[in-house]
Design a protein around this ligand. Structure first.
Ligand code: BES
Ligand code: ZN
Ligand code: ZN
Length: 488
């Protein structure tokens, strides 16, 4: 789908014209188009409500109105969703081109030209995305052109940014949605390698199990030893053109399938565990965008890619393994594997990249879904400034974040009897997501600015959003992190 942004006065024709309707107002129209009273009558402009008509007008043969709801309450996600509703309707009707008419009044209510351009284009590109799967009759989207008619250069800039953000997010979604046999650790590594060919500023190194053993990554390898697929450590680097203003490193959990290991998961919904690489996918998605963004930071992406399955060599509950920072862990539950893999990735990330700020993204605990559901990512920021920046970035992108506690009592609960740590705390302590974060905290250097993001609830199955919907991947994390970097 090609993007064309034109001044509102040049709005001439489109196979489908989309008009936004604010609650209680008749939508503005391009010159030469008058809407019959019968079309607008009784349409209240409620958020995401639609109405369409076919006209005799050659330039505008097909018109779709989309409600934006109360103009005073209009926010980014509202606009994104309205655009997605329109695009999805157009797709269902096999339309080849869609033109959105964005009046200055809408742009002002939605936070100005740039923000409006970005939200509409982001919503449209996210909404247009289809995961093809592997089907005999899968068809690409019919929509070849997206035209946005608005005023101002800022709108165009915003629209181009929205396209870039959505394309990165859609890339993440495609990685997530691929089946476990098609997205193995080596496939994720190949995708990372390919990213480095898109920009001379991005570099990618892949380490195999032998290299990881030489690094001393005994915890990560304790996870992959139960799989015949070799683990891969992915290290992506982005270097700015000018002198970097700081180093920021993002670590991702890339479990391309989590069967639980010997502490095997129950069968129902186990197929969803192909999404256990969503943190890693989000980090790769960020690098999809970085080459086009011109940010003043050195950025690293470190993704541990592995399967957690069972063979004769699989880790047994009670086994002890030692991580890259020398910490020993009694693995009491092989299904709490994400924290083991992340532990070594975090050590590697600090040693090799010396970040000013360190993040990790992981589908770490089922417990975060109990606490925060599918709308909010649980975050564990090491200071309030980081917390506030992530919450603001979440509000801007619709990838909402909520802070969860991490106290000494939780850290103490992870101490082991026969090893330095155990990988699960007592069930009686509850706070399962916090226990995961508490375990990770043992692999963070003193004074290191750090935030762990538990995306187990938000990475897929967030059914209600118009631009994603259903059980598939949301691409969560990619747009959030881009926004964070831009705000920093
Ligand atoms: N990948 C899972 C977490 C998960 C579960 C994500 C459900 C999304 C939906 C993780 O590796 C895991 O199995 N965690 C365990 C930890 C427990 C054994 C302490 C969990 O959450 O049950
Ligand atoms: Zn697990
Ligand atoms: Zn897992």
């Amino acid at each position: 789908m090609k993007l064309l942004v034109q001044d509102i006065s040049r709005a001439k024709k489109a196979p489908l014209l989309v008009l936004f309707a604010l609650e209680g107002k008749t939508p503005e129209t391009p010159e030469g188009l008058e809407l019959p009273a019968s079309f607008t009558k009784g349409f209240e402009g409620k958020a995401r409500a639609t109405r369409e008509t076919f006209t005799e007008n050659k330039a505008w043969p097909h018109v779709l109105m989309v409600g934006l709801g109360d103009g005073d309450k209009l926010d980014s996600e509202g606009l994104r969703r309205a655009a997605a509703v329109a695009i999805r309707a157009a797709k269902a009707k096999q339309v080849t081109g869609v033109g959105f008419y964005v009046s200055p009044c809408v742009a002002e209510l939605a936070g100005g030209e740039e923000a409006t351009g970005r939200d509409i284009s982001e919503g449209a590109y996210l909404g247009a995305h289809v995961f093809a799967g592997i089907k005999k009759d899968s068809k690409p989207s019919s929509i070849k052109q997206l035209i946005l008619w608005a005023s101002g250069a800022a709108f165009k800039r915003g629209a181009q940014k929205g396209e870039l953000m959505a394309n990165a997010c859609n890339f993440t979604r495609d990685l997530q949605d691929a089946s476990g046999n098609n997205m193995r650790p080596r496939d994720l590594a190949a995708q990372a390698k390919k990213l480095a060919t898109r920009s001379p500023q991005v570099r990618c190194r892949i380490f195999d199990e032998k290299a990881m053993a030489a690094f001393g990554m005994g915890l990560l390898l304790s996870v992959s030893q139960g799989s015949d697929e070799g683990a891969k450590l992915i290290h992506l680097t982005y270097k700015p053109k000018k002198k970097a203003k700081g180093i920021i490193t993002f670590v991702g959990k890339g479990l391309t399938f989590d069967a639980g290991g010997i502490s095997i998961k129950p069968s129902p919904k186990m197929e969803e565990m192909r999404y256990d690489m969503s943190g890693g996918a989000a980090v790769l998605g960020l690098f999809h965008a970085l080459g086009d963004l011109d940010l003043p930071y050195e950025v690293h992406g470190v993704v541990g890619a592995s399967e957690n399955t069972i063979n004769g060599k699989a880790t047994k509950p009670g086994d002890i393994h030692v991580g890259m920072n020398g910490t020993s862990v009694e693995i009491q539950n092989t299904d709490a594997e994400g924290r083991l893999l992340l532990a070594d990735c975090l050590t590697y990330a600090q040693k090799k990249t010396k970040p000013d700020t360190l993040f990790d993204l992981a589908t770490l605990t089922g417990a975060v879904i109990v606490g925060l559901g599918h709308e909010l990512t649980g975050i564990f920021p090491s200071n309030d400034d980081l917390r506030d920046k992530l919450i603001e970035s979440g509000e801007r992108t619709g990838e909402y974040c909520w802070p969860l506690p991490l106290m000494d009592v939780h850290k103490d609960a992870m101490k082991g009897q026969v090893a330095d740590l155990k990988n699960i705390g007592p069930g009686s302590l509850g706070a399962g997501s916090t226990q995961g974060a508490a375990f990770l905290s043992y692999f963070i250097d003193e004074g290191q600015e750090w935030c762990h993001l538990d995306i187990a609830g938000t990475a897929w199955n967030a059914g209600s959003r118009d631009w994603s919907g259903g059980s598939l991947g949301t691409g969560v994390g990619t747009r959030l992190l881009i926004e964070y970097l831009e705000r920093r």
